[in-house]
Design a protein around this ligand. Structure first.
Ligand SMILES: Cc1cc2nc3c(=O)[nH]c(=O)nc-3n(C[C@H](O)[C@H](O)[C@H](O)COP(=O)(O)OP(=O)(O)OC[C@H]3O[C@@H](n4cnc5c(N)ncnc54)[C@H](O)[C@@H]3O)c2cc1C
Length: 443
């Protein structure tokens, strides 16, 4: 039986493992942290939890057209819940609904002409079936033309500046197209949260004979195969791999032999682990969420984009305005979310320091906000949470079949021009697994 290793138990790794075990391959997933799920993983409060469901460290939902992850959820028997939560924006010192053409038309923060202009521009973008060709334009140049200067300045520039900070000038229009073209008003979630779905996927993999090894950080991956060069010579020829080569070649993952390996970890980590693989040098932002578990309802809707200059966070999200708070001991769970460049001062602050920084701004959203009503504070940070895609990135996006024999690549920066998301993670995980199955069966 052919053996395949998967590095990383996020949605890409889990989906590729499901496809491989379904086709009878022997699969081992290696995960550095103590649980599967990656960026979509969840947590319970450390003590005396009355929560029935885990909460994602980073706010998560799916769109109703996220067919790949919904198909996977059905396969493993995880029910999908469809909800219609409200998305608002904080602008002109109030929460304003701005999640449909009608609510956009009602928004009085810009002229009627600008609202219509913006509506038409967004509708045009949504109609484009494949927006990859837009990658030659930067958002900072093209969006004011497409959506109108006023709409861009009051809405989109604020969002983009808050998200990308010093990198805003790099972001290309294909990425923006990917964001707006996929959005649906109804949103999906999974029974038990994304963690509930992950649990079901892990059970499925294990039932089919696969192994999911947590707390197993991989340090080295190397090919033992020789490959003929055009001149008849060989490369990738480490002297100590001769025995393995004669035994059928393959890849050594921390010295354990596999026929192939899928690397689902961020590009800079792949480069550290495997010699001979180079990703394009792009910038990444850290993801950071401070989560307040509170008895107070602070927001009117599920989601609140902050369209103000110089706020210390860019979004507020209350899980309890999306999913019934009975699953979380009756609490509201309010995320204060940020994307931050490496070295940013907030990345060095404690959760208490962040709360002190944020509190005056939370009070602007809800003047009744009281720190005394907070039961728990949680803080999560991850590097490589958001890749920044510059113009003409497609030419540099690497192939899934890497130049190192037996090593396959499938990670978040490769789902471009779509923005990272669990649906694309699943789609790419399945694609890379099919490529491996085909290659190994034809070897
Ligand atoms: C703030 C935020 C909000 C988001 N919201 C949504 C949303 O609403 N909906 C949605 O669909 N998506 C959302 N996403 C994106 C989504 O979380 C990711 O696209 C998806 O989880 C990526 O999965 P992945 O498997 O490619 O990568 P990851 O989830 O990053 O998984 C990689 C795994 O590899 C492990 N690993 C790393 N190095 C090693 C090593 N050396 N050895 C072994 N294991 C290793 C890591 O621990 C990790 O578990 C959001 C992301 C963020 C940051």
């Amino acid at each position: 039986m052919k053996k395949v290793a998967v590095i990383g138990a996020g949605f890409t790794g889990l989906a590729s493992a499901v496809e491989l075990v379904n086709k009878g391959f022997q699969v081992s997933i290696f995960e550095a942290s103590d649980q599967a799920g990656g960026l979509a993983g969840g947590f319970y409060p450390p003590m005396n939890s009355s929560w029935k469901w885990k909460l994602e460290s980073y706010y998560h939902h799916v769109f109703t057209n996220d067919a790949d992850i919904i198909r996977l959820a059905k396969m493993v028997g995880s029910p999908v819940l469809i909800k219609k939560p409200i998305t608002n924006s904080f602008v002109l010192n109030q929460e304003i609904q701005m999640d449909s053409p009608i609510s956009l038309l009602r928004f009085s923060g810009i002229s009627l002409f600008s609202r219509l202009r913006m509506g038409v521009g967004l509708a045009l973008l949504k109609m484009i079936p494949n927006g990859l060709f837009l990658e030659r334009y930067r958002v900072v140049d093209s969006l004011p033309l497409l959506l109108g200067k006023e709409g861009y300045r009051v809405v989109w520039e604020k969002l983009l500046r808050a998200k990308f900070g010093p990198y805003i000038d790099q972001v290309n229009l294909a990425w923006f197209w990917g964001r707006v073209s996929k959005r649906t008003k109804n949103l999906g979630y999974f029974e038990g949260g994304f963690a509930g779905l992950v649990e079901k996927i892990v059970e499925y993999i294990e039932k089919k004979g696969g192994r999911v090894r947590v707390e197993s950080e991989i340090a080295t991956v190397r090919s033992t195969e020789t490959r003929n060069d055009e001149d008849g010579g060989t490369r990738d020829d480490p002297a100590d791999s001769f025995a393995v080569r004669r035994a059928g070649g393959g890849v050594l993952v921390d010295e354990e032999r596999f026929d192939a390996v899928v690397m689902t970890i961020p590009a800079p980590s792949v480069e550290r682990l495997v010699q001979g693989i180079n990703f394009p040098k792009i910038d990444y932002l850290w993801g950071q969420t401070l989560i307040l578990e509170t008895s107070q309802k602070l927001l009117q809707g599920y989601w609140l984009n902050i369209l103000e200059d110089d706020w210390p966070f860019l979004v507020m999200v209350d899980q309890a305005n999306f999913i019934d708070k009975k699953y979380y001991g009756g609490s509201h769970l309010v995320y204060l979310g940020n994307y931050l460049p490496k070295g940013h001062k907030q990345l060095k602050m404690s959760k208490e320091e962040l709360l002190s920084l944020y509190a005056p701004f939370i009070k602007k959203v809800n003047k009744y906000f009281s720190k005394k009503k907070i039961k728990n504070l949680f803080l999560f940070r991850s590097p490589y949470a958001q890749p920044v895609f510059p113009v003409n990135y497609a030419q540099k996006n690497p192939e899934m079949r890497s130049p190192v024999e037996g090593v396959y690549l499938a990670n978040m920066s490769m789902v471009y021009p779509y923005d990272r998301g669990t649906n694309y993670a699943v789609k790419m995980g399945v694609e890379v697994a099919r490529m491996i199955i085909n290659d190994l069966n034809n070897k």
